[in-house]
Design a protein. Structure first.
Length: 161
C-alpha cells in the first residue's frame, strides 16, 4: 500500500538523532525489504500528493499472529495542523481493519501530546489506559496514554473528521 501523502521525527532505536546518513540508508533499505503484512514494525512514508514531498510516516507494529497492531505517526513540523495526519492515520487504519481484517488497532502516546490524543479521539479511538511514569524518554519518566479501536467500532467511526 502506497500512501499518497507525504520525514517525521520518530526516533528509531539504534539510529540516534539526527540519523547518520549511512544508518538511515540501512534502515530504509531494511524496511523496503519487509512485507508489511508480517509481524513486527513497518513504516509507511507519507508523501504529499501535490509535489511528492516526504512529510512524515505512519509506523505499524503487527503482533498477536497479525490480529492486532500498534500504530505510531509523525509529521514534519511544517506540515502539522493541515489534516495530513488525520488522513494518513484514517487510511492506514482503514487498510488494517477493513481490508486486512485485523481485530484491533491501538496507539500509545506521551500524555502531554494533546494534539495526537485529540486526533485519535476524533477518528473514533477510545482512551483505554493511562499509565503513570511508564516510559523513560529523553532523560525523564513520562506518562503514557493508550487509545484503541476495534474493527466493529471503526466501520461506524471512519468518516472524515
Amino acid at each position: 500500500m502506497r500512501l499518497p501523502f507525504g520525514p517525521g521525527r520518530r526516533e528509531v532505536p539504534g539510529l540516534g538523532r539526527p540519523f547518520p546518513i549511512e544508518a538511515a540508508e540501512r534502515f530504509v533499505a531494511a524496511v523496503a525489504e519487509r512485507d508489511p503484512r508480517e509481524e513486527g514494525w513497518f513504516q509507511y512514508a507519507l508523501e504529499r500528493r501535490a509535489d511528492g514531498a516526504l512529510i512524515g510516516d505512519v509506523g505499524v507494529n503487527r503482533h498477536d499472529e497479525g490480529r492486532q497492531a500498534e500504530l505510531g505517526f509523525t509529521l514534519a513540523t511544517a506540515f502539522q495542523r493541515q489534516g495530513y495526519a488525520a488522513e494518513a492515520v484514517r487510511r492506514v487504519v482503514d487498510h488494517l481493519l477493513l481490508e486486512e481484517g485485523l481485530h484491533r488497532v491501538y496507539a500509545s502516546l506521551d500524555a502531554r501530546n494533546d494534539r495526537s490524543a485529540a486526533l485519535l479521539a476524533r477518528l473514533g479511538f477510545r482512551r483505554e489506559a493511562y499509565e503513570v511514569e511508564s516510559a523513560f524518554w529523553k532523560g525523564e519518566w513520562t506518562d503514557d496514554v493508550r487509545y484503541a479501536v476495534l474493527a466493529r467500532e471503526w466501520s461506524r467511526s471512519s468518516e472524515p473528521a
